[in-house]
Design a binder for this molecule. Structure first.
Ligand code: DON
Length: 299
C-alpha cells in the first residue's frame, strides 16, 4: 500500500496546544471493505483525536433526529470556499455548510434543549448519545482524550467568537457555552485509522456498519453525508481534492482523513502534518495515490 514516506512538509496543528505535542512522523493507513474486513499498515495502534471528521457524524445524528427540512432551515449545504474556521454565514445567516466550524458548532447545538441555560448533566447526557452513535459507526466503543478536550476548551477563542456571533444573529437556540463544550468534546474523541475506515465503510454501505451488520443511520442520511463531504469536506481544498482524488472525504486537524468509495469501501489515513487548509499532507497524497493506482476516482 501507499505510504508517501519521507515527505515531511506541513506542520502539526499548533493552535490546540496539546495537538502540537504529537509525533509528527506518525503514519497509518487502513481500508475497510464491504464485508467488514480491515487491511491496515503503519502505526495502526496509534489513537488520535477525530477533530473535524466528527462533523459529518454529528450532522447525521441531527438529520436523523430533526429531519432534513428542519436541519436545512438552520444550516446550508453550499461550499464556502473559505477556511474551516472562517466566520462564514449566508444571506439568511445560516452557516454555509456543516463541515466548517460555524456549521458544526450550530449542528452540535441542535442536539441540546432550546433554552439558554443548560445544566452540565444534560450536556453529559447528550455527549453520551454522541459517543454511542460514533461508536456504532466505528463498531467499537470510542473514548475521549481529556487532555486535548481541555486544551481546546481553554484556548478556543476563534470558536468562541463564531458561537457568540451565531448567538447574536439569533440562530443558536441554546446555551452558547454548552454548545461549545459539546463540540470540543466530540472533536476530542479518539480513533485509529481502522476506525475511520470502518466509519467510512458504514457511510459507503448506506448506513449499515459492515463489521456489526447494524443499520446505524438511514440510507438517505448516508447519501446526504456523501454529498456534503464531496462538496465541502476538504474546505477550501475541496476542488483540488475532488478533481485529483474523486471521493467524498473529511479531514481533521488531528491528522486524520476519512474517504469513502460509495457502495465499496472506507479509507482511513493518519499523518499529523497539515497543509494550509488544515488537511493532512501525507493523507491527501496517500489518497491521491490510492485513487490513481486502484482506479477509485468516482468520475
Ligand atoms: O474546531 C477546531 O478548530 C477543531 N476542533 C477542529 C478543526 C478541524 O479539525 C479542521 N479540519 N481539518
Amino acid at each position: 500500500m501507499a505510504t508517501c514516506a519521507g515527505d515531511t512538509s506541513g506542520e502539526v496543528a499548533g493552535y490546540i496546544p496539546e495537538l502540537a505535542a504529537v509525533d509528527p512522523d506518525g503514519y497509518a493507513l487502513a481500508l475497510c471493505v464491504h464485508d467488514g474486513h480491515v487491511y491496515a499498515q503503519g502505526d495502526t495502534d496509534t489513537a488520535f483525536t477525530i477533530q473535524s471528521i466528527s462533523k459529518p457524524l454529528t450532522y447525521a445524528l441531527v438529520l436523523s433526529r430533526l429531519g432534513t427540512a428542519a436541519t436545512d432551515a438552520k444550516i446550508g449545504v453550499e461550499p464556502s470556499g473559505e477556511a474551516f474556521n472562517e466566520v462564514s454565514v449566508d444571506e439568511r445567516r445560516r452557516p454555509r455548510n456543516p463541515m466548517i466550524n460555524a456549521g458544526a458548532i450550530l449542528t452540535a447545538s441542535m442536539l441540546l434543549p432550546p433554552v439558554k441555560s443548560v445544566d452540565p448533566g444534560t450536556v453529559d447526557r447528550v455527549f453520551g448519545d454522541i459517543v454511542e452513535f460514533y461508536s456504532a459507526c466505528a463498531g467499537r466503543r470510542l473514548a475521549l482524550d481529556e487532555s486535548v478536550y481541555r486544551s481546546e476548551a481553554t484556548t478556543g477563542s476563534r470558536n468562541r467568537a463564531i458561537a457568540y456571533m451565531l448567538d447574536s444573529f439569533g440562530v443558536l437556540d441554546t446555551s452558547v457555552e454548552a454548545a461549545l463544550d459539546l463540540y470540543y468534546r466530540q472533536c476530542s474523541l479518539t480513533v485509529t485509522a481502522a476506525d475511520l475506515a470502518a466509519i467510512g465503510a458504514t457511510i459507503a454501505d448506506g448506513g449499515v456498519n459492515p463489521r456489526t451488520g447494524r443499520q446505524v443511520m438511514s440510507h438517505e442520511v448516508a447519501q446526504r453525508l456523501l454529498s456534503v463531504m464531496t462538496t465541502c469536506g476538504m474546505y477550501d481544498g475541496a476542488g483540488d481534492w475532488v478533481t485529483s482524488v474523486g471521493l467524498p472525504a473529511k479531514s481533521g486537524v488531528g491528522g486524520g482523513i476519512m474517504a469513502v468509495l460509495p457502495g465499496q469501501l472506507g479509507i482511513g489515513v493518519y499523518s499529523p502534518r497539515l497543509d494550509q487548509h488544515g488537511n493532512s499532507v501525507r493523507g491527501v497524497q496517500t489518497c491521491r495515490e490510492l485513487s490513481t493506482n486502484l482506479g477509485l476516482h468516482m468520475f
